[in-house]
Design a protein around this ligand. Structure first.
Ligand SMILES: Nc1ncnc2c1ncn2[C@@H]1O[C@H](COP(=O)(O)OP(=O)(O)OP(=O)(O)O)[C@@H](O)[C@H]1O
Ligand SMILES: [Mg+2]
Length: 169
């Protein structure tokens, strides 16, 4: 179960309560992943500011703290009628920014990171409508050395596509 909270003006919290079958090895892996993702810095990625985890009677509760994105997500601007329509020039800027964020993860780091949750709700928008990719929970290390494949399969279909952009003019 994952919940989002928006606190004050500058941070967003993701709280994740895992069930009791969650193993210590899995937990260590989660710690390693968030520590790695926490050091990533790019103008088109949402900064992971911090994390914590406690082991209580409800299982391991994990909390991630991200930068708060003032203009919420691209999904909100495409599909929520209560949110203003984004002009074409801004849409192009968003697409370019999202692509640059992906390119950085896939090719700009020493370790290749495959971002597997690319969808409009994970393309967040800062105060200048600059695209910032979020939710690296499904990110995976890509192939390295003579390992030519990644064992984990893509779980989410892409839903950030030209169709979504066109139907919401
Ligand atoms: N850091 C953030 N700042 C501001 N709004 C955010 C932030 N993170 C998420 N949101 C808002 O919360 C909405 C839901 O995001 P959330 O990540 O919980 O669900 P999702 O992206 O639909 O699914 P998933 O859990 O697969 O990522 C987004 O569409 C966006 O409006
Ligand atoms: Mg998300």
């Amino acid at each position: 179960m994952t919940s989002q909270f928006f606190v004050g003006l500058s941070v967003a919290l993701t709280i994740d309560v895992t069930n009791s079958s969650y193993t210590m090895q899995g937990h260590q892996q989660w710690i390693a992943e968030v520590q790695f993702l926490g050091v990533l810095e790019h103008p088109n990625l949402v900064k992971l500011l911090g994390y914590c985890a406690t082991d209580g009677e409800r299982g391991i509760q994990r909390l991630l703290v991200y930068e708060y994105m003032q203009n919420r997500s691209l999904e909100d601007h495409l599909f929520n009628k209560a949110v203003p329509v984004v002009p074409w020039r801004t849409r192009l800027k968003i697409i370019l920014g999202a692509a640059q964020g992906m390119a950085y993860l896939h090719e700009g780091l020493e370790v290749q990171v495959i971002y597997r949750d690319f969808k409009s709700s994970n393309v967040l928008l800062d105060e200048n409508f600059c695209a910032r990719l979020s939710d690296f929970g499904l990110a995976r290390e890509g192939p390295a050395g003579d390992r030519s494949h990644v064992s984990t399969a893509v779980r989410h279909a892409l839903d950030f596509n030209s169709h979504g952009l066109i139907v919401n003019t």
